[in-house]
Write a protein that binds this ligand. Structure first.
Ligand SMILES: CC(C)(COP(=O)(O)OP(=O)(O)OC[C@H]1O[C@@H](n2cnc3c(N)ncnc32)[C@H](O)[C@@H]1OP(=O)(O)O)[C@@H](O)C(=O)NCCC(=O)NCCS
Length: 180
């Protein structure tokens, strides 16, 4: 059975060493940076309150048999919007842009382990969006943002995201989705 755990809860239960060994077997050949982030940064970022990471764990007969089949990381990160942006008026209005800045939730990472079935990423995306919906209920803020490679623009388009520009270095696409 696959269960989703907050890394924060696991760490505060005093199981940091256990979780480190669980993360060490995570492989994501399509995106080595996402693999490295989980192994090298996710715990530190959670402890510092920079972001929250959620692990999708395929639970085995015993805890030793558990494997991480995917993860996502969420955070808060505002988005700069240029004056000459080409975002549609309808979307720009919903972004509540104030002096060139839109407050936003960030989907910082989304990755599944090698060998995990097609479509599992979208299931994790749904879980992430549920978290943003809860945050929106409590705090407001309607924008979910992410940065992605050209190859994934179509994929995130299918998940309801629209492109709004490029990162400063011009490498990644900035995409947003509006919460209802
Ligand atoms: C992104 C991801 C979670 C989507 O999972 P999913 O919803 O189950 O969908 P799929 O794995 O079928 O991916 C959709 C398509 O994107 C492609 N794709 C996904 N990540 C890719 C990457 N990093 N580089 C190139 N292509 C990628 C897949 O090969 C697939 O292509 P296809 O439809 O032609 O077969 C998963 O593919 C993944 O873990 N990718 C590696 C990590 C990653 O790139 N994360 C996004 C960072 S912005």
């Amino acid at each position: 059975m696959i269960a989703v755990y907050s890394l924060r809860d696991v760490i505060s239960d005093g199981k940091e060493d256990k979780v480190k060994s669980l993360l060490s077997s995570f492989r994501c050949s399509l995106d080595r940076d996402a693999e490295r982030y989980l192994k090298e940064k996710a715990i530190e970022h959670d402890i510092r309150g920079i972001s929250r990471t959620y692990l999708a764990v395929d639970e085995g007969e015993t805890p030793e048999d558990d494997t991480v089949v995917g993860y996502f990381t969420v955070a808060v990160k505002c988005l700069s919007v240029k004056e000459n942006h080409n975002i549609s008026a309808e979307i720009a209005d919903k972004m509540n842009i104030d002096r060139g800045t839109a407050q936003a939730y960030l989907l910082g990472q989304l990755a599944k382990a090698d060998g995990t079935g097609k479509g599992f990423g979208k299931e994790m995306m749904d879980r992430a969006v549920d978290i943003f919906i809860e945050a929106n209920r409590a705090l407001g803020c309607r924008v979910i943002r992410l940065d992605c490679k050209d190859r994934l623009v179509g994929y995130y388009g299918e998940c309801g995201f629209v492109p709004v520009g490029k990162t400063k270095d011009g490498i990644l696409n900035q995409m947003i989705r509006i919460l209802a």
